[in-house]
Design a protein around this ligand. Structure first.
Ligand code: CTP
Length: 399
């Protein structure tokens, strides 16, 4: 439909970026990016009208997205006008100007992301690959396009780690040198805290946290967050355990939990510096800064053979991310107890409530609340089966 609409308007349309890369790798792309040699916003609105879909958000870069509902949920197509970019100084947001598809590919991050497939016109169906992206895909290499690339946009260094880990690729040696050069030249100092935080969280969200840490350390990108990482204790063991703290299906922010464990390896003053550098404030900041005290308190409150219900009670005092982070940092036995308590407390729901006890003559009041709490504890500690909840609660309320 996009190709037909483009042909009707006499525009050239191209599939670009990650979608081309993923297709060549035989993977199904998450989202589709279409670049047009023409007005993308106007085009997206017309495209959306044809499909009775919704066109949303346009930005200063003249892009628009169309959300298509399908049997497998929403699918997003991003439309952009082909453009070139100029960076006034390192890490600045780029100034953009209309350009050809060639210029559009040249402004991109890696050779494997700088390919396009023509959707119409005489080249329809052919691959545009000016930087050897296809060969790099075959070799398993992430390669930047030019020496100034990581200074123009330092987030590319973090993106390189993320995509290399995602695809099981290596980062090419020359690109690593360019990243090192931009670091020494101070380009990363101008990267804003918000952009830096976003990249670090994406890395921990998408990749195995210990490998992410290893790569950040190898490229000295961890020192962009805090110079304390130069002489830090290795946090690999804790980071490897973060993932174990996420029973499948539990909606916890694994990115934040990993970040907390990662920063825990820094001394207190360095951690404060890192929190400032990452522009983290409010509750998140106090959680990160108070992790030692929370760990100490939890260790004191929880002997190794503590009842699950007691551990579960402590779980409620902290956010799920913090529980996961602490679970990764505590001694193994205590950590698995905490995880089990959390799992069980999420699963167990009493089949009775206050009204059931009232129907059996228990008056509203503290003894009713206590009886329900004790029943819940007995269920968590496996002292009671679901069938006997009511009898147990009534006995407790009457004593
Ligand atoms: N891009 C870039 N420099 C950046 C960010 C993005 O050159 N700092 C380009 C890349 O060509 C990338 C495209 O914009 O392929 C789209 O960016 P994004 O959606 O973040 O990445 P994808 O490669 O599509 O990856 P994903 O599969 O994670 O969506």
């Amino acid at each position: 439909v996009a190709a037909r609409e483009a042909a009707r308007r006499g525009l050239r349309a191209y599939l670009v970026g990650g979608a081309v890369r993923d297709r060549l790798l035989g993977k199904k792309p998450k989202d589709l990016d279409i670049a047009l040699e023409g007005d993308a916003e106007d085009f997206a609105r017309a495209f959306a009208r044809r499909l009775r879909a919704r066109a949303v958000s346009s930005s200063e870069f003249g892009t628009a997205a169309v959300l298509l509902g399908g049997p497998k949920g929403l699918r997003r197509i991003d439309f952009s006008s082909t453009r070139g970019e100029r960076y006034r100084h390192p890490a600045a947001l780029p100034e953009v100007f209309p350009g050809t598809i060639g210029e559009d590919l040249a402004r991109r991050d890696f050779s494997i992301n700088a390919m396009a497939i023509a959707l119409n016109g005489p080249e329809q169906g052919s691959l545009l690959d000016p930087f050897g992206g296809r060969a790099d895909l075959e070799k398993g290499v992430v390669r930047l396009l030019h020496p100034a690339s990581p200074s123009d946009d330092p987030t590319r260094a973090f993106r390189a780690v993320r995509i290399a880990l995602r695809l099981g690729f290596r980062i090419d040696a020359v690109s690593r040198r360019w990243i090192g050069g931009s670091l020494s030249a101070g380009a990363f100092r101008r990267l804003s805290g918000d952009r830096l935080r976003r990249e670090v969280l994406l890395l921990f969200q998408e990749c195995e946290p210990a490998s992410a840490d290893l790569w950040l350390h190898r490229l000295e990108l961890d020192r962009v967050v805090s110079d304390g990482f130069r002489t830090r204790r290795a946090p690999a063991r804790g980071l490897r355990r973060v993932l174990a703290c996420f029973p499948s299906g539990e909606p916890v922010c694994r990115d934040w939990a990993s970040l907390e464990v990662w920063l825990e390896s820094l001394p207190r003053d360095r951690r404060e510096e890192a929190v400032r550098r990452l522009s983290i404030s409010g509750e998140r900041a106090s959680e990160i800064l108070s992790i030692e005290n929370s760990l100490k308190a939890l260790r004191a409150a929880l002997p190794a053979r503590v009842a699950l219900s007691v551990a579960a009670f402590h779980c409620f005092r902290f956010s799920p991310e913090k529980i996961a982070a602490m679970g990764a940092l505590l001694p193994a036995k205590l950590s698995s107890r905490l995880r089990e308590a959390r799992r069980r407390s999420r699963r167990i729901r009493l089949s009775i409530g206050g009204d059931d006890l009232k129907r059996h003559g228990i008056p509203a009041g503290p003894s009713l609340g206590r009886a329900l709490a004790e029943t819940w504890k007995a269920r968590i500690d496996r002292r009671l089966s679901a069938r006997r909840e009511l009898a147990f609660a009534l006995r407790r309320a009457r004593t």
